[in-house]
Design a protein. Structure first.
Length: 365
């Protein structure tokens, strides 16, 4: 028993000496609990809705107001119906509604009138919630406009774009590419420099004529290759086993994947320069990975998150890579619409690589 107590005390002292790892272990659960508690929303609200009101009457405006105050939709008006498809392609809006001419006139005459409702089907959970909420609000409005016994005469002509059958695999397989690549690259790269420090081989690299920046870049290149092979394997399995089509350019998909891998490797490299031990590096990688998993829109739609959480998702690289994956796999769109996401990933990766190189040089001075 004395031996166990002695070893217990020894381990406590060792843990207390590793302040960084101890801080992460104690702080990480609290931070993640707060973030996840705010992000976990099964009820999806604030679904972006672009409205083209061709009727422009008090009745049509009242209908749109019903949609707005329901909190299920975040409404924006447009006078140019020709841009509606483009707005869904870019992902800026999840749905759009066209209110026809003579909408008020047809209702006054108790004649059937159609509402055209188009929705992005690339995320089935959002699509199902939006369709259910939209039909409920319109049917209630139609019934209240006349009386409870009147059969609704507002016909909803809904159309699901990109994923009409709402197949879950069409959403999950592309999203898993980003998720798995994030996890693999962060953990592998984060321990790259730390491992050299712990095995005392970093000194051997320093005395060589190789530049410090070349050491870091040389360390991440093998993981770049490994991660790229993983992308190829996941895409192959997704297409052949799960029958998930790639509607867009495969070449563009691979180029964007390389840029995202580079961004993740740069994050992992930066972690490796601040971590003292491999355990610390792994914990730090998990601390970065879990918010990416929860707040990037993979598990829970960003639209349903509280307002103060949504800005965090805007600085998470996986958010932008998910947009690219859905755009290429599901929508078949090209660089014309995806370049803002690609530029963000490239600049983010360069910034993190610069920070990593700068910190690595200071450590060796």
């Amino acid at each position: 028993m004395k031996n166990i107590i002695a070893l217990f005390k020894k381990e406590i002292i060792h843990i207390k000496q590793d302040n960084r790892t101890l801080g992460i272990v104690l702080i990480m659960p609290i931070v993640l609990l707060i973030l996840f508690g705010c992000a976990l929303r099964l009820e999806i609200k604030n679904i972006s809705l672009l409205v083209s009101d061709l009727d422009k009457t008090n009745v049509s405006r009242d209908l749109v107001k019903k949609l707005q105050v329901s909190q299920y939709f975040k409404v924006t008006y447009t006078d140019n119906p020709s841009i509606l498809q483009k707005q869904l392609d870019t992902g800026r809006y999840k749905s759009f509604l066209i209110i026809p001419h003579n909408f008020k006139q047809n209702l006054a005459k108790k004649q059937n009138t159609d509402l055209q409702y188009f929705i992005d089907g690339s995320i089935p959970t959002v699509t199902n919630s939006a369709l259910g909420a939209f039909k409920m609000i319109i049917n209630n409005y139609s019934a209240s406009y006349f009386n409870l016994n009147t059969k609704p005469i507002i016909n909803i002509k809904s159309r699901i774009l990109y994923n009409p059958a709402l197949k879950d695999e069409i959403y999950f397989i592309p999203a898993l590419i980003g998720l798995l690549i994030t996890q693999i690259t962060l953990i592998l790269t984060s321990i790259a420099i730390v491992r050299e420090k712990e095995t005392k081989t970093i000194e051997q690299l320093i005395v060589t004529p190789i530049k410090k920046s070349e050491i870091l870049i040389g360390k991440i290149l093998p993981y770049l290759l490994i991660s790229f092979v993983d992308v190829l394997l996941i895409c192959f399995i997704g297409v052949t086993v799960f029958n998930v089509p790639i509607k867009g350019s495969i070449i563009l998909l691979l180029i964007c994947s390389l840029v995202y891998i580079f961004a993740c490797l740069s994050i992992g490299l930066f972690i490796s320069t601040i971590a003292k031990t491999q355990i610390h590096a792994v914990f730090s990688s998990i601390f970065v990975f879990l918010p990416s998993f929860m707040l990037s829109g993979f598990m829970f739609p960003i639209e349903g998150m509280p307002g103060f959480i949504q800005p965090i998702s805007k600085i998470i690289p996986l958010t932008y890579f998910n947009n690219i994956l859905r755009g290429i796999f599901t929508k078949g769109i090209g660089l014309k619409y995806l370049y803002p996401d690609l530029i963000f990933l490239l600049l983010f990766g360069l910034a993190m690589l610069t920070l990593g190189i700068t910190r690595f040089k200071k450590q060796l001075e």
